[in-house]
Design a binder for this molecule. Structure first.
Ligand SMILES: *Cc1c(COP(=O)(O)O)cnc(C)c1O
Length: 497
């Protein structure tokens, strides 16, 4: 970075004209990024030198002027995005940012509230945006509580903590008072082998231990096997353990499989077990009329995780957890220090603090970008994007299915397509197919023309394409197929030689 003359320093203020000038420059940089995206490769690895430069930049003693800082961002930082802004990026579950939310983020930063609680607009905007989200996916609002968090990992941790709290209370003890080390029968949690890794992380962090986490097998379409789940619960009961939570998925991260939610809800109701649904990616799939029936039972979940920073394109980070019994969530987390205590009916108006419903105290104004995105698209706008993405995924699947040297590895339930290349020469050699497809993923990524990620399904290496960009078109799907095909042919030739 350009060093200032010795003795220069800047504090945290700018005068009004200078603020406007600098902010407009930043807007120009953002616009250049957003609108120049199609002209750049989808992804370009950084050179070792570029990495080292960013890693080892020393902290300046004297401050650096705004223009030099913006220049540094323009030349050193902005040329190396993750790739998810590009309409031919199909990796993982990473969407592009909704443009209006990008433009208004400066307002959230300028207002800079802490949404721990209090009586200011950000709090009410969060209540409103979360209610909209509940209504969007058909989750009951009355008595429910929702809170914005970093993402579905934190949403899951929050939901499991509430589930653990309720399970103990129902059996006459308090996990907050006793912890998990006081000799109560062990609490057991259930998830399928396709459940997201954050289930396990959250369960471990909550002290359940690997011995209390059951992994239930899935059927041919990657749905949790409900009969096996029921058997596992019965076995644990017979051994005097306490089944307390079943975590299922409304759109798994691997294939977009939607577990049989209604059946699981029946089982959980019979067994008095908390049902958590991971709808981080897929919950909004319910807005596609043809897909909606698969989501039956979603509204019966005791808790639901939904990531607006996935399919809704709210800029990262924006996750959300809904809990059907809002009061239980509060009991699990509420701890009000004297300096925050407000007496109801005294002082300003105000709702119970968000810090009583989750682990965080100081919380950012995530609600602004969420509210802006939902308001701008409306229910109709969101539904049309979701339906379009599902349609594009089906189209991709049809093209691949029709090709003799490609094979789909999972049914298409939402906007994820898992497939692999199976050239005749090695069709019966799973090991060679896995190696080949792993190299194929890497070659497609390195091509800069499109980006897919990979996964493993029943020991098979799969290319995985998730359609999540508002600007992805049929042409982009066609281009993806072309790029994969070209890379496949090149690889097949290299095997043959
Ligand atoms: C992304 C994702 C998660 C994890 O959420 P984060 O926002 O990354 O914390 C969990 N489940 C599914 C299905 C996801 O797509």
């Amino acid at each position: 970075m350009a060093q200032p003359e010795s003795g220069n320093h800047f504090e945290h203020t700018l005068d009004a004209d200078e603020f406007r000038r600098v902010a407009y420059l930043a807007v120009d940089l953002a616009a250049e990024h957003l609108f120049g995206i199609r002209r750049r490769p989808v992804f370009e690895p950084m050179t070792p030198n570029e990495r080292v430069e960013l890693l080892q930049e020393p902290m300046p003693t004297d401050g650096i002027a705004p223009d030099a800082i913006l220049e540094h961002l323009r030349t050193r930082v902005m040329p190396h995005p993750m790739g998810n802004g590009h309409p031919r990026f199909f990796g993982w579950v990473n969407s592009p940012p909704a443009m209006l939310a990008v433009a208004t983020e400066i307002i959230a930063a300028a207002m800079n509230p802490s949404c721990a609680g209090g009586d200011h607009a950000a709090i009410y905007l969060e209540r409103c945006a979360v209610r909209w989200l509940m209504e969007l996916v058909g989750y009951p609002t009355d008595g429910s509580m929702g809170i914005l968090v970093s993402g579905a990992s934190m949403a899951t941790l929050t939901a499991f903590a509430a589930a653990r709290h309720r399970a103990a209370i129902r059996r006459g003890w308090s996990v907050r008072d006793d912890g998990l080390q006081s000799g109560h029968p062990p609490l057991v949690i259930y998830m399928s082998s396709e459940g997201h890794g954050c289930f396990r992380k959250a369960a471990e962090l909550l002290g359940l231990g690997a011995a209390s986490i059951r992994t239930i097998p899935v059927d041919d379409a990657f749905h949790i096997d409900v009969a096996a789940l029921a058997r596992a619960i019965a076995e644990d009961r017979a051994a005097a353990r306490q089944p307390f939570c079943v975590a299922v998925s409304a759109g798994t991260v691997n294939t977009g499989a939607i577990d049989p939610l209604d059946e699981v809800a029946d089982l959980c109701a019979r067994e008095d077990i908390w049902m958590h649904v991971d709808g981080a990616y897929g919950a909004v799939g319910v807005l596609d009329p043809a897909t909606a029936p698969r989501f039956r039972g979603l509204a019966r979940a005791d808790s639901l995780a939904l990531d607006p920073h996935k399919w809704l394109s709210v800029p990262v980070e924006c996750g959300c957890v809904f809990v059907r019994e809002g009061a239980t969530l509060r009991q699990a987390f509420s701890l009000v220090p004297p300096y925050l205590r407000t007496d109801e009916g005294k002082g300003f108006g105000g709702l119970p603090w968000y810090s009583e419903y989750g682990f965080q105290q100081t919380r950012g104004f995530r609600a602004l970008k969420l509210w802006v995105t939902l308001a701008n698209a409306g229910r109709g706008g969101i539904a049309s994007i979701v339906s379009r993405h599902i349609r594009l995924a089906r189209r991709l699947a049809l093209i691949l299915e029709a090709a003799p040297d490609f094979e789909l590895l999972a049914p298409i339930e939402l906007s994820i397509v898992c497939f692999r290349y199976v050239p005749d020469a090695i069709r019966d050699d799973e090991k060679k197919l896995n190696d080949l497809n792993q190299r194929l993923i890497e070659n497609v990524q390195a091509s800069g023309g499109a980006f897919v990620s990979g996964t493993t399904l029943r020991s098979r290496t799969a290319l995985r394409a998730c359609v999540l960009h508002y600007a992805t078109s049929e042409d982009d799907i066609g281009a993806l197929v072309e790029i994969v095909r070209r890379a496949s042919v090149a690889l097949a030739a290299s095997i043959a030689s």
